[in-house]
Design a protein around this ligand. Structure first.
Ligand code: AHG
Ligand code: MN
Ligand code: MN
Ligand code: MN
Length: 335
């Protein structure tokens, strides 16, 4: 393990070395990390903190909100609204963008987040997390509106997640590889425990919700059928399957030991490309995976090249070990 380098020191070194990140971005990332620490403490209370169960409301996605969806959202808003580094925020749990009160000079960044990913796992004590993405505010003298957020994922200046599991781990990229920081609860600080992560280009482990099999398009059916045939089939090797139903947990496993994750188009909702949201789930995860040597497509193109048209738009996601993602994508483009 790298000698006890704190997140603060790591970010200062990223800022100092060839100006990889400006001071305002470093401050923003420190604020987001502190907010994730607060969310982790709240998550860990569970039934003791009356934070479990449904909030009885619905979000813009048409999902019933859990209490922790709303609590995590409020923690991130409150932590970020006074620092002066943000122009506005967008969240899975908010219909419209949140423009930071203009009592400061307009901040130069836009923060997008999924405050609580894996909500269906909250009440059953399975790993969940927070996903975040940072974009630059377009330089102009007009106010900030939703259109400023509609930038392709390759424009991100920082992306990451915090997974609330047996350990609380913050995973981050600012374009110089992927680093992992484990929360030291005694000190209350995130400590660098991995950096320059590399995803193996091949894998024997796929992650997909198999109960949707009959609804998939042919290329996905073909890929999974070949995996299920194991060493007697065209792949010549047996595969294992994992599905946590928290994207943060499935992606974390892939960053640590490889694998392929898929949430593909499904004929039950033919007009939706998939379940997952582009701006605050697929884009940050796609950049992390690419920064670790993996690949991320929607079956047709690189996720980071998709030009968004709506803040909450959905996307089909295939990401992870490069050679596997390229194989599935080739089955789509071969059609
Ligand atoms: P969220 O809890 O933020 O709405 O996201 C849940 C997502 C993602 O985390 C996970 O991969 C997927 O939903 C699981 O979907 P199924 O429950 O359909 O398997
Ligand atoms: Mn949700
Ligand atoms: Mn999510
Ligand atoms: Mn969520």
């Amino acid at each position: 393990m790298t000698s006890h380098i704190s997140l603060t020191r790591y970010l200062i070194e990223q800022q100092r070395e060839a100006g990889k990140i400006p001071a305002q971005l470093r401050l923003l990332l420190e604020v987001v990390a502190r907010a994730c620490k607060r969310i982790s403490l709240t998550v860990n209370k569970g039934a003791l903190g009356s934070v479990l169960g449904s909030a009885g409301s619905e979000n813009v996605q048409g999902e019933v909100q859990k209490k922790l969806d709303i609590i995590a959202n409020e923690v991130l808003i409150e932590a970020n609204e006074w620092g002066g580094h943000l122009a506005a925020m967008a969240s899975e749990e908010m219909d419209a963008i949140y423009v930071v009160p203009n009592r400061f000079p307009k901040g130069e960044y836009l923060l997008l987040f999924d405050p609580l990913d894996g909500s269906s796992n909250i009440d059953v004590n399975v790993s969940i997390g927070t996903i975040f993405s940072v974009l630059k505010m377009p330089e102009d003298d007009r106010g900030v509106d939703e259109g400023d957020f509609l930038q392709p994922g390759r424009q991100q200046v920082a992306a990451g997640y915090c997974i609330y599991g047996p350990q609380t781990v913050l995973v981050l990229t600012v374009g110089d590889g992927v680093a992992m920081f484990t929360l030291d609860r005694e000190q209350g600080s995130f400590v660098l425990t991995e950096e320059k992560l590399r995803i193996p280009e091949d894998t024997k482990e796929f992650a997909i919700n198999m109960s949707n099999m009959r609804h998939w398009a042919p290329p996905v059916r073909r890929y999974i059928d070949e995996c299920l045939q194991g060493k007697d089939g065209p792949r010549g090797k047996d595969f294992n399957m994992r599905w946590v139903a928290s994207m943060v947990a499935d992606v974390h496993r892939i960053l640590v030991r490889g694998g392929i994750f898929m949430y593909p188009w499904d004929k039950r909702e033919p007009n939706k490309p998939g379940k997952l949201r582009l701006m605050y789930e697929a884009n940050p995860m796609a950049w992390l995976v690419e920064q670790a040597g993996g690949a991320a497509t929607n079956g047709q193109q690189r996720i980071l090249d998709i030009q968004p048209s709506q803040l909450h738009e959905r996307v089909s996601v295939i990401l992870g070990s490069k050679n596997e993602v390229e194989r599935v994508t080739s089955y789509h483009t071969a059609l």
